[in-house]
Design a protein around this ligand. Structure first.
Ligand SMILES: NC(=O)c1ccc[n+]([C@@H]2O[C@H](COP(=O)([O-])OP(=O)(O)OC[C@H]3O[C@@H](n4cnc5c(N)ncnc54)[C@H](OP(=O)(O)O)[C@@H]3O)[C@@H](O)[C@H]2O)c1
Length: 293
């Protein structure tokens, strides 16, 4: 497998004399020397670009795609699935959700024997870290600066702090776990971020034996023709006996309620720095092990 990624004009790969005008022409070319696209470009929470264009080109040319980028899946999953079905290519995106916490196997195990009725989760470690620091008495600005110094928060943290990242993940989770009648996009998520957290709330919540967390929730509503799926993201005060409350600073968790199996919760406790790469490898190994259908 040859790994190539460049934005410079003219793209050449080792072992080939051919020059492609740009990355997208390379990805779309059925004879370009690559097998699988691993898409890890910068996330755009508003439209999933440029990743969506890269993924369309690769799937359209029959190449499998593994991505850690939730934007293109949240905004364009329905179209990407259609392109993949047309070319026989496969699209995997476990790393885009909660690093290596395995959400796809939950669906694969549970849905054949009953529906998943709802999910709740803490899916953004950055906001979880900021809320944990505020619970210890730091101001929101101090908590954010601390997260930026440790590398947990970006220089421009709004993608996390305004809840966009969590809304993208909630969309992808809802489409994966709840089988909505039509695939959702982030436009339908009721989203609030840390701007909805008064400065003193996290520390006061500790005094009440509770924790403030940015929680994503999805649930099936109605039945038959009236069936729908509702998704929301926002800060909540969770009592300590809520299984999501103890999920700490750098951790993430997903709890689901299924039709017959009751409640199940998975947590990634203190995600190590390599956990996203590990999830990408999990998907690559799954592709290698599963013959194309
Ligand atoms: N970091 C994590 O822990 C984590 C966890 C889960 C998922 N993800 C997802 O994984 C992806 C990568 O994360 P990251 O933290 O590594 O992001 P990043 O720091 O923004 O790096 C992204 C890389 O993509 C390149 N790039 C951006 N636009 C491009 C384009 N049009 N064509 C070719 N290359 C382009 C950038 O190149 P330049 O340096 O030249 O700009 C950079 O090397 C994101 O979608 C993120 O949401 C990350």
């Amino acid at each position: 497998m040859t790994a190539v990624a460049t934005r410079r004009a003219g793209l050449q790969v080792p072992g080939s004399t051919r020059i492609w005008p740009d990355l997208v022409s390379f990805l779309a070319d059925p004879v370009a020397p690559y097998d699988v696209l691993v898409e890890v470009t910068t996330q755009s929470p508003r439209d999933g670009e440029p990743a969506a264009t890269h993924i369309r080109a690769a799937l359209g040319s029959g190449r499998d795609v593994v991505t850690a980028n939730k934007g293109p899946i949240a905004w364009h999953e329905s179209e990407l699935r259609r392109i993949a079905a047309g070319s026989g290519a496969r699209l995997r995106y476990e790393a885009s959700l909660m690093d290596c916490l395995p959400a796809h196997p939950i669906r694969e195990s549970i849905v054949p024997v009953g529906r998943i009725l709802s999910f709740a989760g803490i899916v953004n470690a950055t906001t979880n870290g900021i809320l944990s620091a505020m619970a210890e008495g730091r101001s929101a600005a101090e908590a954010l600066a601390e997260a930026q110094r440790s590398g947990q928060a970006e220089a421009d943290p709004r993608n996390d702090t305004e809840g966009h990242d969590a809304a993208l993940k909630a969309t992808v989770l809802a489409n994966l776990l709840l089988d909505p009648p039509e695939l959702l996009t982030p436009a339908s998520v009721d989203r609030r971020g840390l701007e909805a957290v008064p400065e003193s709330w996290p520390a006061e919540a500790v005094g009440r034996g509770a924790r403030v967390r940015l929680v994503v929730r999805g649930e099936s509503t109605g039945e038959g023709a009236a069936r729908g799926v509702r998704v929301r993201v926002g800060p909540e005060e969770l009592p300590l006996d809520d299984s999501l409350a103890p999920v700490g600073a750098t951790s993430m968790a997903l709890r689901i309620e299924s039709e017959y199996g009751g409640r199940l919760q998975l947590a990634l406790l203190g995600a190590p720095v390599q956990s996203t790469a590990y999830a990408i490898l999990m998907d690559l190994v799954a592709l290698e092990r599963t013959p194309r259908g």
